[in-house]
Write a protein that binds this ligand. Structure first.
Ligand code: S3P
Length: 169
């Protein structure tokens, strides 16, 4: 059984698009944890945040991480805040290779302009919020096994870089 490939990084860093591309190219199952939460809860992330609170969302995230870290052969795309819970990082690392997809704040702002589905960036000053959250999370993202800067790369380019790294491992 192969280790999971786990994509972590900020909103708009390309985790979902790159994860899908990796799944296709490596013929491995792709799991998007945000999508799964929405599916299982039967409501959007914005609604979970608004009606049940961020803590409720984080709890669901912890449960899914536990469930999928215990499996192998997967490509897993995580929500940007997955690293906030120490147990998530531990569980994801145990079963997989962690890849930090990094992007510059300006690029993130551009890619997340339509923030209606991203409650944390649905604020008056999204760029300030991005910088603030990034500063707090960067040390956590840096616990990944390797980093790919996606700021000026296409999805296939990023996927190729990850595949090469995994093969060389
Ligand atoms: C979050 C990122 C989102 C989603 C939720 C919280 C975060 O996922 O999990 O809105 O805390 O950074 P994406 O990174 O896939 O947008």
């Amino acid at each position: 059984m192969q280790k999971n490939i786990v994509l972590i990084g900020f909103m708009g860093s390309g985790k979902t698009a790159v994860g899908r591309a990796l799944g296709r190219q490596l013929k491995r199952e792709f799991v998007d944890l945000d999508e799964l939460i929405v599916k299982r809860e039967g409501r959007a992330i914005t609604e979970i945040f608004a009606k049940s609170g961020e803590a409720c969302f984080r709890q669901k995230e912890i449960e899914l991480v536990k469930e999928f870290s215990a499996q192998g052969n997967l490509i897993i795309s995580c929500g940007g805040g997955v690293v906030l819970a120490k147990e998530n990082l531990e569980n994801l690392k145990r079963g997989g290779t962690l890849v930090f997809l990094k992007a510059a704040p300006k690029v993130i702002l551009e890619r997340t302009r339509n923030a209606s589905q991203r409650p944390l960036l649905n604020v008056a000053e999204p760029e300030e919020k991005i910088k603030e959250l990034l500063a707090a999370r960067e040390p956590l993202y840096l616990q990944a096994d390797f980093i790919v800067d996606t700021s000026h790369k296409s999805v296939p380019e990023v996927a190729q870089e990850i595949i090469k790294h995994i093969q060389d491992e």
